[in-house]
Design a binder for this molecule. Structure first.
Ligand SMILES: Nc1ncnc2c1ncn2[C@@H]1O[C@H](COP(=O)(O)OP(=O)(O)OP(=O)(O)O)[C@@H](O)[C@H]1O
Ligand SMILES: [Mg+2]
Length: 249
């Protein structure tokens, strides 16, 4: 049984059909890229999956449970994480404290009630920092991190919730090219080690082809192709809708 199943998802914004009819599945531990031109409906899809967008039609099943239109917090608790929301890190706190906070929140505590919370979850926090290669900056204020390291911290914060599926919407946006490949290679390694599935969007085809096990191509709210890099690259509809943009330049 697939970990995630989406059936006939649809979402309209006024007259705009953002997602027309999307059905797909993601298996445990799968690293899947969702690609497509600007406005294809990728972010809307992600929003439906994690409960931030209510679909007009369709169904989302996670681990066999119908989670359609569940509130985002409940979806997160069940094991669907959404990473790389910069606002979720706290600049004045240390890197380690940001992770500790995520670990504390997962157990239902509230940071301000804890008082001297610095002693809680230090070891698991350091283990997560080491996992993403940030063990050397644990004591630094978040605000002083280089952009690439902030992205790694966001990954660690997402992993603190022990997701079984991680949704990553353009996780490498704004990063230098070399750092982008490094980050996604790290994500893939961690996903395999923890058997956490990853569904990500990415506009850089080199990264997509390098790290994705499987690629789904969306255009105008529809899934137009699906498969490994070679299959997708060779698909005429994909070339016309998406890769064709490059040919024209
Ligand atoms: N909250 C919203 N209100 C109105 N229209 C929206 C909203 N969100 C998305 N849309 C529209 O729905 C369509 C799909 O948008 P979406 O952001 O899902 O595409 P995308 O594939 O993520 O694009 P990009 O690659 O640019 O991030 C677009 O036409 C967009 O303008
Ligand atoms: Mg988007």
């Amino acid at each position: 049984m697939s970990l995630l199943r989406a059936h006939n998802l649809r979402k309209d914004y006024g007259g705009v059909r953002a997602v027309a009819d999307m059905s797909f599945a993601v298996d445990a531990g799968d690293m899947v890229a969702l690609i497509g031109p600007n406005g294809a409906g990728k972010s809307t899809c992600f929003g439906i999956l994690n409960g931030q967008v209510r679909p007009d039609a369709g169904q989302v099943l996670f681990d066999g449970i119908d989670i359609t239109a569940w509130p985002a917090r409940r979806v997160a608790r069940l094991g669907i994480g959404r990473s790389f929301q910069i606002a979720q890190t706290f600049g004045s706190m240390s890197v380690r404290e940001n992770i500790q906070m995520a670990l504390i929140a997962r157990r239902g505590f509230v940071w301000r009630f804890i008082g001297p919370a610095r002693a809680l979850f230090v070891e698991p926090a350091d283990a997560l920092l080491a996992q993403v290669g940030l063990e050397h900056v644990g004591d630094r204020a978040c605000a002083t991190l280089a952009y690439g390291d902030l992205k790694r911290l966001e990954l660690a914060v997402a992993l603190a919730n022990q997701p079984r599926l991680l949704l990553m919407d353009e996780p490498t946006a704004g990063m230098a090219a070399a750092d982008r490949v490094d980050l996604m290679t790290l994500v893939r390694r961690i996903a395999r080690e923890q058997r956490c599935a990853v569904l990500f969007t990415e506009h850089d085809m080199d990264i997509v082809f390098a790290v994705a096990d499987r690629i789904m191509v969306m255009d105008r709210g529809l899934l137009i192709a699906e498969g490994d890099a070679a299959t997708v690259r060779a698909n005429p509809a994909v070339r016309a809708a998406y890769l064709g943009e490059d040919d024209a330049t």
